[in-house]
Design a protein. Structure first.
Length: 223
């Protein structure tokens, strides 16, 4: 199994993300996937050579999508340093809480409060403001208006409704969140474990080689 690294980011509807290696010091392969849990349910593209070939994807779906970029070695012995660059276009869609006056039934908390207290993430996860689920429970325990959950109704929680707006101008268990970094990112697969279960990489002599995953999710965005 070759050393690998995974990056993740959330792409909003209509957004596009483009990633490329500005440089690397080893024989690598890379893959772009989206949707579901790491490493992603859907393959966008897998590239062996040239190593610095860019990959791009636009979220044409109506909901935010997690995007995963996987950097791996061509063979078991392939590992080294690399510089990753990416660009994300602005979404031409705007999100509206749906319904706009959503409140949970238990505490009458609004979408605005969920955002202010960081109860959730843009892709439906739990934010830093959400306490231990063993004590607080899960989003499922707090339905609200029309029986909807915050993750269904609130834009800041991965829900809401996206529409056109004329004014509207990154290990699987712990992927690198590109939203916390600025491009370019200098990374390395040296010392990284192989992905398990292994993914089949294009052109790789050992498809279980080390890998790097990147994830980022942005509704209507293209990567």
């Amino acid at each position: 199994h070759a050393a690998s690294q995974v990056f993740m980011i959330t792409l909003l509807p209509s957004q596009t993300i483009t990633l490329r290696q500005a440089s690397n010091t080893y024989d690598s392969v890379h893959m772009l996937r989206y949707g579901g849990s790491c490493p992603g349910n859907n393959l966008v593209r897998c590239i062996d050579d040239p190593d610095v070939t860019e990959v791009s994807w636009q979220n044409t779906l109506s909901t935010p999508q997690p995007v995963y970029y996987v950097q791996s070695g061509f063979s078991n012995s392939s590992q080294g340093d690399f510089v990753l660059e990416w660009d994300i276009t602005a979404s031409d869609l705007s999100c509206t809480d749906s319904p706009v006056d959503w409140r949970n039934t238990a505490y009458n908390e609004t979408c605005t409060l969920y955002a202010d207290y960081a109860y959730c993430t843009p892709y439906g996860g739990y934010g830093p403001g959400w306490g231990d689920t063993a004590v607080w429970g899960t989003h499922l325990d707090y339905p609200g208006t029309n029986g909807l959950l915050a993750t269904e109704a609130c834009c800041t929680c991965g829900g809401g409704t996206y529409s056109a707006d004329a004014d509207a101008p990154g290990t699987c268990s712990s992927p690198i969140d590109l939203s916390l970094w600025s491009s370019p990112y200098s990374g390395t697969t040296t010392g990284m474990p192989a992905l398990s279960p292994a993914l089949q990489f294009c052109g790789a002599s050992n498809h279980a080689a080390s890998q790097v995953f990147v994830t980022m999710l942005l509704p209507s965005q293209t990567i």
